[in-house]
Design a protein around this ligand. Structure first.
Ligand code: PEP
Ligand code: MG
Length: 327
C-alpha cells in the first residue's frame, strides 16, 4: 500500500480519456509544504498568509514575511505557488490591528477592502514588497481575496505595480512575470467573471465563502447549514459561468474551497472544466485516484445534467447514482 501511494504521488493527474488537471495543496505556513509534496501535490493552490499576522501584538516586518514566502517557494522548486494576500476579518481576527467590532464581520471591513483602505495602504504594500522580493526564488503567483468590483482589482494591481517599480528603482531584485489572479468568492465577481477575466491571469474559486454569500447562509451557523450547500444548482451555475468566462479568455481556473477536495464533488468539477483543484494535503492522493478513473467527456455530460436540475437533493442523487455505476 505504501509503495502504491508513493507511485501515485509521482504521477501526473490524468483522466481516463487523457485530460490533465493540477492537484495542489492548501497551506497556512511554510511548515505545511512538506506534507503537500509527500502527498503528491503538484503546486500550492492557496497559501493563507494570515498565520503571519495572527496571535501577536505587532505586524510582521517585510523581512519576516519575505523569509516565509521564500521558504515556501524554495521548497516547491519550479512548481506553482499561489500566495493569497492577507484575508483578515470575517472569521479571522487580527488583534494587532485593533479594528472596531462589527455587526456583520463577514460583510464588513475585511481582506482587500481593508488592504486598500487602511492608512496609506502600508500593511498591503509591505506584504506586496515581501512577495515581489520572494518571487525571485520560485514560481510565484499572487492572488487577491474578496474581490467584489473591477475597481478593487484594478486598484490592487496598481498598488502592486507601484511597489514593483519602487523596488526596481532602488535596485532591489523582484520576481519577473509573476502571475496575478483573484479569488472568486463573492457572487458579484462570479456574475461579472467575463469582465474580470481579461484583467487577471487566473481565477481561484473560493467556495467556502461563495456558497455562504450566494445562499445568504453563514458558513459557521449550523441552524442554516441545510442552505449552505455546494450542490445547490445556483452555486453550480456560478461555478460554470466563471470557468466558461475564464476559458473563453484563455485563462485557467482553480478552486481552493473545501469543495475541491470533496470526493463526491470532484467528478462534477472535472466535468465543469476546472483546471486546478487545491485541497488539504491528505486529500490529494484520493483525488488523483478518483480522477484517473473518470472520463472527462463523461463527466461533462454529468455536469450538464446537474446544471439542469432544480434542487441540491436532485444533484446529490445524480452524483450518487453516477458513483454507484462506477464501483
Ligand atoms: C474560500 O472562501 O473558499 C477560501 C478558500 O477562503 P477561506 O476559507 O480562507 O475564506
Ligand atoms: Mg474565503
Amino acid at each position: 500500500r505504501k509503495e502504491q501511494q508513493a507511485k501515485l504521488a509521482a504521477l501526473p493527474t490524468l483522466s481516463s480519456d487523457g485530460h490533465q488537471v493540477e492537484l495542489a495543496g492548501n497551506i497556512g505556513s511554510p511548515g505545511d509544504v512538506a506534507a503537500v509534496l509527500q502527498h503528491g501535490g503538484e503546486g500550492i493552490g492557496l497559501f493563507r498568509t494570515e498565520f503571519l499576522y495572527m496571535g501577536r501584538e505587532e505586524l510582521p516586518s517585510e523581512e519576516e514575511q519575505f523569509q516565509a514566502y521564500r521558504s515556501v517557494l524554495e521548497q516547491m522548486g519550479d512548481r506553482p505557488v499561489v500566495v493569497r494576500t492577507i484575508d483578515i476579518g470575517g472569521d479571522k481576527e487580527l488583534p494587532c490591528l485593533k479594528l472596531p467590532k462589527e455587526e456583520n464581520p463577514f460583510l464588513g471591513f475585511r481582506a482587500i477592502r481593508l488592504c486598500l483602505e487602511t492608512e496609506e495602504q502600508a500593511l498591503f504594500r509591505t506584504q506586496l514588497r515581501a512577495l515581489l522580493r520572494a518571487g525571485v526564488y520560485g514560481n510565484l503567483k499572487i492572488m487577491f481575496p474578496m474581490i467584489a468590483t473591477l475597481d478593487e482589482l484594478r486598484q490592487a494591481k496598481a498598488v502592486l505595480a507601484q511597489e514593483k517599480r519602487k523596488l526596481e528603482q532602488a535596485g532591489i531584485p523582484a520576481g519577473a512575470g509573476i502571475a496575478v489572479g483573484m479569488m472568486v468568492e463573492i457572487p458579484a465577481a462570479a456574475v461579472m467573471a467575463d469582465l474580470f477575466a481579461p484583467e487577471v491571469d487566473f481565477f481561484s474559486i473560493g467556495t467556502n465563502d461563495l456558497i455562504q454569500y450566494t445562499m445568504a447562509a453563514d458558513r459557521m451557523n449550523s441552524r442554516v447549514s441545510y442552505l449552505y450547500q455546494p450542490y445547490n444548482p445556483a452555486v453550480l451555475r456560478l461555478i460554470k459561468g466563471v470557468i466558461e468566462a475564464a476559458h473563453s479568455h484563455g485563462k485557467w481556473v482553480g478552486m481552493c474551497g473545501e469543495m475541491a477536495g470533496n470526493r463526491a464533488a470532484i467528478p462534477l468539477l472535472l466535468g465543469l472544466g476546472l483546471d486546478e483543484f487545491s485541497m488539504s494535503a491528505p486529500s490529494i492522493l484520493a483525488a488523483r485516484e478518483c480522477i484517473m478513473q473518470l472520463s472527462q467527456a463523461g463527466m461533462e455530460e454529468l455536469a450538464r445534467k446537474a446544471l439542469s436540475m432544480g434542487t441540491a437533493e436532485e444533484v446529490i442523487a445524480l452524483l450518487r447514482q453516477e458513483a454507484g455505476r462506477r464501483t
